[in-house]
Design a protein around this ligand. Structure first.
Ligand code: SF4
Length: 325
């Protein structure tokens, strides 16, 4: 079998928010990989560490209070955490781009959308101003907006159109990795579907590797190849979309699926996961899901389970596979 080549690899990442009052353990030994042209869904509840992980990749966390305490973030074998700020500036927007949740706050209200796209092109590519503005028009057309609108300001666009502009900015330099942090959460349902279809089309066209951060399993089903389930700053289950949807194993993953409507299920009640995520300022010694887990055992309180491969390419961080042999 051909060995999978990873474009992005996150190894044992630990990120904390350190203040005089507390140490918040947001990301705790997280491992993740993303191959060329793949789409990976990073799925978890609010506060699970998804956005902190994404911002760590781009090194845009506010420091202080955020501190990347240990780990490696490798892109094509280069550890981003070892680069200088000047070197990182060449990576951001060029090799790696990010789409944020709220398009209203991603755009500069006093610059036209054409200015904002052209600015990114001129910053990263040796293009003249005229050529950058021509390319900005091309990018607008690519995302379904007439190039004549490049002279308009963000407030002249609807929410869905603004997110299209944000996508155009993110893709302007043809990045190898695109990180999308809940890109459709602020949009209404019909616009969500349009923006997702556009992202999928562009990702396939340019073979961009996409890290899709979401809590919406419908989005994962729609566009992802692989899925990583994150809980309390750690990946608890990872596999192909088929493995996670058809053969999920971790009790937390099962809980997430029980929270969504299923027309195949006889009873029409949703089963929420009881309790709350543990306080990241005071994580338990054992499995972080222990207090909420319907299958918890005595051993779960005493230590963190290692990650175990339960079928080829399907990994779970839980004591159950050890018990079941
Ligand atoms: Fe539940 Fe134990 Fe597995 Fe944690 S390790 S998810 S508590 S069974």
């Amino acid at each position: 079998m051909e060995e999978k080549r990873n474009l992005l690899e996150i190894k044992d990442l630990v990120v904390q928010y350190v203040t005089d009052e507390a140490v918040i353990c947001a990301v705790n030994g997280l491992n993740l990989s993303l191959g060329h042209g793949e789409t990976l869904g990073l799925v978890g509840e609010t506060g699970a560490g998804k956005t902190t992980t994404a911002k760590s990749v781009l090194r845009i966390l506010p420091d202080p209070p955020a501190k990347i305490q240990s780990g490696e973030i490798l892109v094509d074998g280069t550890n981003l955490l070892a680069l200088t700020e000047k070197e990182m500036r060449k990576i951001r927007g060029n090799k790696i781009s990010m789409i944020f949740q709220d398009p209203m706050t991603s755009l500069n209200p006093v610059l036209t959308v054409g200015d904002q796209i052209a600015e990114v092109i001129m910053l990263h590519q040796a293009k003249s101003k005229k050529e950058a503005y021509r390319l900005a028009g091309d990018m607008l057309e690519l995302v379904g907006i007439e190039r004549s609108r490049s002279k308009d300001y963000p407030h002249q666009f609807s929410g869905g159109m603004k997110q299209r502009v944000v996508i155009a900015i993110a893709l302007a330099c043809n990045p190898e990795i695109l990180i999308a942090d809940e890109p459709t959460t602020a949009l209404d349902v019909t616009i969500q579907a349009q923006v997702l279809a556009l992202m999928k089309e562009l990702q396939e066209k340019y073979r961009t590797s996409l890290l899709m951060i979401t809590h919406d399993l419908g989005i994962v089903a729609d566009i992802c190849d692989y899925v990583a389930i994150i809980y309390a700053g750690t990946i608890v289950e990872y596999g192909t979309k088929e493995q996670i949807f058809l053969n999920r194993f971790h009790p937390y993953t099962k809980g997430l699926f029980n929270c969504i409507p299923d027309i195949m299920r006889d009873d029409n009640r949703l089963i929420p996961i009881d309790g709350l995520m543990p306080d990241p300022g005071n994580l338990p010694e054992g499995c972080a899901f222990c207090e909420r887990c319907p299958e918890a055992m005595d051993c779960c309180k005493n230590g963190m389970p290692d990650q175990k491969e339960i079928e080829p390419g399907h990994f779970v961080r839980c004591f159950l596979p050890y018990k079941e042999g």
